[in-house]
Design a binder for this molecule. Sequence first.
Ligand SMILES: Cc1ncc(C[n+]2csc(CCOP(=O)(O)OP(=O)(O)O)c2C)c(N)n1
Length: 561
Amino acid sequence: MKVTEAIARELTGLGADTVFGVVGSGNFHLTNALIAHGARYVAARHECGAASMADAWARLAGRPALLSLHQGPGFTNALTGITEAAKSRTPLVVLAADVSAGAITSNFRIDVAAIAGATGAIAARLHSPGFAVDDAARAYRMARDERRTVVLALPLDVQAGECSWPGDPDPRLTAPSPPPESQAANLATILAGAARPVFVAGRGARSTAARAALEQLADECGALLATSAAAKGLFRGSPWDLDVSGGFASPLAAELIGNADVLVGWGCSLNMWTTRHGTLIGPRTTLVQVDCDSSANGRHRRVHLGVTGDVTLTATAVAELLKREPREPLPAGGTDRGDLPGTGYRSAALRDRIAAGIRWRDVPYDDESDGKRIDPRTLTIALDDMLPAERIVAVDSGNFMGYPSMFLSVPDADGFCFTQAYQSIGLGLASAIGSAIARPDRLVVATLGDGGALMGISELETAVRLELPMVIVVYDDEAYGAEVHHFGPDAYPLGTVRFPPADLAAIARGFGCDAVTVRDTADLGPVRDWLGSRTGRPMVIDAKVTSDRGAWWLEEAFRGH
Ligand SMILES: Cc1ncc(C[n+]2csc(CCOP(=O)(O)OP(=O)(O)O)c2C)c(N)n1
């Protein structure tokens, strides 16, 4: 059997069913073999777009996507998207064609393993025709079971070789690890003594099983529930949901998180974004981190207790232990626990406060729209009212990105696709496309700055070709706004980061999209009509937004540079 045929059979046998890519001579046969074995192939227009589509798809599907690339420039074009995936621990197998070992003078020759390793991905390789099937299976299992991005180099001479078929693969998953008993017991003791516990769930807790286990444990100890931006939506519907912790936290969420006496990060790195550079963590707060990867615990912040274990298994084990723990008596003089004594942070009064004021859109603001340009907050609140609740919000990077993240609600953790681990602009549109392919039942809302939109615009053709039901919102300030607001206050010249107006609606229509230019909420009529008719064409909203001031959270971002 040809090696390409055997690898395709092995990968699809292990469960791979969706491949994104751009095809050249080096990945032509393997891509066709994957299709022949039942995989869906999605052709992107730029390898970086293909990588971001695969990244988003895998985040929502919860299992590895495949990314098929031509050797040399096909691989290097994809690097920004691959780096985002690697930093996000996205399960992704990059099928990177490579020159034959002896092709010393080939134009396409680069050091694939060195480049892959430098991005944070795992470098793997087909070593010979005899080992190729095992090499491919190992790459897939590592991506799936350890949630890693693996770059599998596929030398052309090995691809063209012959091998024997070793028999169908075993697609079973490696079982997740429970926490050591002593660590679970320590966490139970800490929670039993907590007066105001808060849980912050991150990317490693993005599953319905983890949500259920965390809610059960939170009920047991009276914890409030928050997430990192990467897991936004996880606790939607809970009366104790504070939404996102960090720069996007609403004033009430920041106050409640800041007053926690015990804060537990679940599958969450507790990085500078989630903690506002640590300012959301009180000086006497006991900090705990639970992660299946022991090296993640304490990496960003010093923690009092690190628990190494799967989030769901740990929360379940700790809840069981907590049921048996002796509880601390309530402090004399009472607390703000109101009419629910013994329930940690929770009270009827607090539940009402959360219901009335946890959302950003409930916080009053001065609308700066002037008829020529629309205030991005006003625009986003209008869209929040207009768009169906069953949605996925995908966010590019830039000054604008707080508006969709803070003012658009999402139905659950699958409703938010946040590709910010590498802080690249230009990935948002492609990640929205990958999301739409993973979840055709939902309306995808791509939210972009004009800079990011123009950087990734080649994938508009992909969205049109695939007839994806997407709304693409461009917060158009005719500038690299983040840089304008970074350097503007110090009176630096800004000619390098400002641009003349561009008619993005006309450009989008040229690609085959429906489109509208919005300067006022009254201009949103065509969006309402589009939602009613669903033409099969993506709807692009070129929103000419006010930009006198930077988004307030951006200041936080600059502190991290
Ligand atoms: C690939 C890449 N190039 C450059 C940057 C630096 N950068 C950060 S934000 C930004 C401006 C983004 O402009 P736009 O997409 O219009 O969004 P805005 O900031 O105006 O809201 C730039 C250039 C980056 N993060 N990534």
